[in-house]
Ligand binder design. Structure first.
Ligand SMILES: Cc1cc2nc3c(=O)[nH]c(=O)nc-3n(C[C@H](O)[C@H](O)[C@H](O)COP(=O)(O)OP(=O)(O)OC[C@H]3O[C@@H](n4cnc5c(N)ncnc54)[C@H](O)[C@@H]3O)c2cc1C
Length: 342
């Protein structure tokens, strides 16, 4: 087991904020995981599982913890028939590389989730989603090491209790489960086209530019283009993607809001109304606002960016200000999406 000490987590997060962690262990095999957990137990230290750090706000002080960084990148076909294929992928495999692999092989189901940073192992945690797809629609099972009972166990799709940017893994105390691999079921049938106006436009352009490529690749390229236009590249502008979840309200609350704010955008999702939080933030005049080296991205108000800060407090107090202003104007309590490690 290769144990590193006093590693700056700011080097491992896309927000570029995060203090030193006492122990940092990279895991590839089952034995590595068991050894790392035993090490944490023996030192009576909490565990911090870390993937690509693209959905975490880690406090800038020192952390007396064992950080378990999954870097296993195995990929195995575990089942295949005429219409589908089940692929088990190591937690450390980069998500977008996996999406590309499936698109190149003609397997549909996750192509709309192109260009999302991070690792495969983290995708079940917040049920990663975009452009009408969520990983919960394709996940068959998740293999985890349960650090409370010290056994490897499988979670079925139902066991994962997926919801909007939510799963059982978000609710269990940090470090209870180390996700080792995830099995996805992908289709061999042609993909469904994401029903978003901008996607249709880009798709048409991609079909013209790349006439010999597959429909799946056209969708991937269209999504990549749209995302690069509206999301900052974390390599250049540190961020964690959407900082807040969209808001779900019941019809009664929605119509009450609509009376006051006739332009309020919405999407109907089952029997709930989904209100884009980016619009709420823009409406309180905070799009493009910045202070203390952090700010609200000027092309997309849902994204907070780190311009020059090294303090988690700066980003969190900006988030608090946004929360307060949106609450004051709309009476809605917006929720933070990334995991906060205090
Ligand atoms: C530019 C940008 C765009 C984004 N767009 C989207 C989007 O469209 N949709 C979306 O849903 N998300 C989006 N995100 C958020 C993020 O990319 C996803 O949530 C991603 O799945 C996080 O992966 P990660 O490996 O970086 O996880 P991390 O940030 O390292 O971890 C996230 C959480 O998962 C836990 N975790 C990580 N790995 C494991 C493991 N092996 N076992 C147990 N727990 C683990 C961590 O403890 C933490 O709680 C975006 C982020 C950025 C920066």
């Amino acid at each position: 087991m290769n144990i590193k000490q006093n590693i700056f987590l700011s080097e491992y997060t896309t927000l570029r904020i995060g203090g030193r962690v006492r122990y940092f262990i990279e895991c590839i095999t089952d034995t590595d995981i068991v050894d790392a957990v035993t090490y944490a137990d023996n030192h009576n230290l909490p565990i911090l599982p870390l993937g690509g750090g693209s959905n975490m706000v880690i406090a800038d002080h020192a952390h007396n913890m064992v950080c378990i960084h999954m870097v296993n990148t195995g990929l195995d076909v575990v089942y295949e028939d005429e219409s589908s294929i089940h692929i088990s992928v190591g937690a450390g495999y980069l998500w977008d590389d996996f999406v590309e692999y499936t698109v190149l092989h003609g397997y549909s189901g996750i192509e709309a989730l192109s260009a999302i940073p991070g690792t495969c192992g983290a995708t079940p945690v917040q049920n990663v989603g975009a452009y009408g797809q969520e990983v919960s629609e394709t996940i068959v099972s998740v293999r985890v090491y349960n650090t409370a009972s010290n056994i490897f166990q499988g979670f079925s799709n139902t066991d994962c209790q997926f919801g909007y940017r939510d799963s059982v893994f978000k609710h269990s105390s940090r470090g209870t489960y180390i996700i080792e691999s995830v099995t996805f079921k992908l289709d061999k049938k042609p993909p469904s086209i994401p029903q978003y106006p901008r996607v249709s436009d880009e798709l048409q352009l991609m079909q013209e530019h790349y006439p010999y490529e597959s429909q799946l690749m056209h969708i991937r390229r269209a999504i990549q283009k749209i995302r690069s236009d509206k999301l900052p590249d974390p390599h250049h502008v540190p961020n964690v993607g959407s900082f807040f979840k969209n808001v779900y309200v019941n019809p009664e609350k929605f119509f009450e809001l609509q009376k006051q704010f006739s332009a309020i955008p919405f999407f109907i999702d089952g029997d709930m109304y989904k209100i884009p939080t980016g619009w709420l933030i823009e409406s309180v005049g905070l799009k493009g606002y910045s202070r203390d080296g952090v700010g609200v991205y000027d092309k997309n108000a849902l994204v907070l960016i780190n311009q020059s800060s090294v303090y988690s407090h700066d980003i969190l107090s900006l988030a608090e200000e946004i929360h307060r202003e949106v609450g004051r104007k709309f009476g809605l309590a917006i929720e933070i999406e990334p995991e906060i490690v205090p």
